[in-house]
Design a protein around this ligand. Structure first.
Ligand SMILES: *Cc1c(COP(=O)(O)O)cnc(C)c1O
Length: 445
């Protein structure tokens, strides 16, 4: 369903003064550089916006208004249906996501809700087995209440996906890298297989882990890309948002219809916050992934099993780099003992214990105790999710401080033994000392 990359980008991008729906715009901040295709490098596009603002404001004004006066035919009448600040953000995101149209809603889960509302009873969905907890929960609800058949397969194996897709498959839902197992999924291979099995199948990719700065699923054959703007796009954990990108105009209309009907469009102030966050996406991600690489190498060099696509030891290193421009800033490692992992997590100071990721601050968590606690232990075992796995989400702090804080936590927790050259991980059979206080159990938000 996705249009080829060099297809005309719709009316708005071809004719300067008209928006995507063909409206001639009044003086407002709405248009954000309608151009034919990408003009500048992504880091430039992130900060560069054009607008029709009557006062040439440098920052996009917030139209904190629910209604707009005037008669029929005017561009804006009611903010549920459209708001200049939100539209400006959507145009800006469409460029950055390399999409013909972008839509913004109140959260990442809100975005998935909009997307899955096109499913009808009897439809079949093929998806992964290491999904974001909230995604799992929504799909389970659809299965139990709306007669949607959901197949969870190991999406890292193209053959498993091929075996699951058939002419009844209406949607394939992918995440890559997965979290916290950091498994890589072949977007182009799966999109081709799904479209071959059913040309009408919609391939949707959750791009939250990498953001459009590092990966563009639409360019790889996906029909829909969505992500939680709460994470890297905003970058400061001060706003919740969800973003949807599409190339196909009729799909865009269907999603817009749902957003207008249910009223989940992103509020003007939140749209402005997200717009502000996006401007620093490139510098944040560059810094965060450079530090992530160093932290991953530090842990691997000290004998821990580390999962990070920037490491050559990652079993799908080549696949990841064939579809992404960077390794991102989330990694996980195993210690061999749940109690030990708990002590490490509790011993850090700079690394805050928190669910979520994508923030400028570094975070540490034990997924089995926190974000993935709602998945029962038997299922966790079946999906090979190690109970002792620790997830690190690297922020923009000084790298030496981060490594120093982590080293001290490893020493305090008894995870490493001091050696002449520094220290090394204890093997899993060795004693770990006293058990620390238990990590607080936090359910999936
Ligand atoms: C956080 C997250 C979501 C949900 O986004 P919210 O903004 O929290 O609703 C979906 N997918 C992934 C991979 C996430 O990390």
């Amino acid at each position: 369903m996705s249009a080829p990359r060099d297809a005309p980008n719709g009316i708005g991008k071809a004719m300067k003064h008209l928006d995507l729906d063909g409206h001639d715009l009044p003086p407002s901040p709405t248009p954000s550089t309608p151009t034919n295709g990408r003009k500048y490098a992504l880091a430039t596009e992130l900060v560069y916006t054009e607008s029709n603002d009557q006062f040439n404001s440098s920052s996009t004004p917030i139209y904190q208004s629910a209604t707009f006066k005037g008669g029929p035919g005017q561009e804006y009448d009611y903010t549920r249906s459209g708001n200049p600040t939100r539209t400006h953000l959507e145009r800006h995101l469409a460029k950055i996501m390399n999409a013909n149209r972008a839509l913004v809603v109140s959260s990442g889960m809100g975005a998935l809700d909009v997307i899955t509302r096109i499913l009808k009873p009897g439809d079949e969905v093929v998806t992964g087995d290491d999904l974001y907890g909230g995604t799992n929960r929504l799909l389970t609800y659809l299965k139990n209440n709306n007669d949607i058949k959901v197949h969870h397969v190991d999406t890292t194996k193209l053959a498993s996906v091929k075996a699951a897709v058939n002419d009844k498959t209406t949607m394939v839902l992918l995440e890559t890298p997965t979290n916290p197992l950091i498994k890589i999924v072949d977007i182009a291979g799966i999109a081709a297989a799904a479209h071959e099995a059913n040309p009408k199948a919609i391939v949707a990719v959750d791009n939250t882990m990498l953001s459009p700065y590092l990966q563009n699923p639409l360019d790889l054959g996906a029909d829909v890309v969505y992500e939680s703007g709460t994470k890297y796009l905003s970058g400061h954990h001060d706003v919740m948002a969800g973003v949807i990108g599409i190339n196909d105009a009729s799909l865009g209309e269907k999603f817009f219809f749902m957003i207008n009907s249910t009223g989940c469009g992103l509020a003007p102030f939140d749209s402005w916050l997200l717009l502000r966050g996006i401007k620093t996406l490139a510098v944040r991600i560059e810094k965060q992934q450079t530090s992530s690489q160093a932290v991953a190498e530090f842990l691997e060099n000290h004998g821990f099993k580390v999962r990070y696509p920037g490491l050559k030891s990652h079993p799908q290193y080549a696949l990841h780099w064939s579809q992404a421009r960077g390794a991102g800033a989330v990694l996980s490692f195993e210690t061999g003992s749940v109690a030990l992992s708990e002590r490490i997590v509790e011993s850090t100071n700079l690394w805050g214990i928190s669910v979520s990721f994508g923030c400028v601050n570094s975070l540490i968590s034990m997924p089995c105790r926190m974000s993935h606690a709602s998945i029962d232990p038997a299922t966790r075992k079946e999906r090979e999710l190690p109970e002792d796995i620790i997830r690190l989400c690297v922020g923009i702090e000084d790298l030496n401080d981060l490594i120093d804080d982590l080293s001290q936590a490893l020493v305090r927790a008894g995870a490493v033994r001091l050696t002449e050259g520094g220290f090394e991980a204890l093997s899993s059979g060795e004693t770990r000392g006293e058990s620390g206080k238990t990590t607080q159990v936090v359910d999936e938000p």
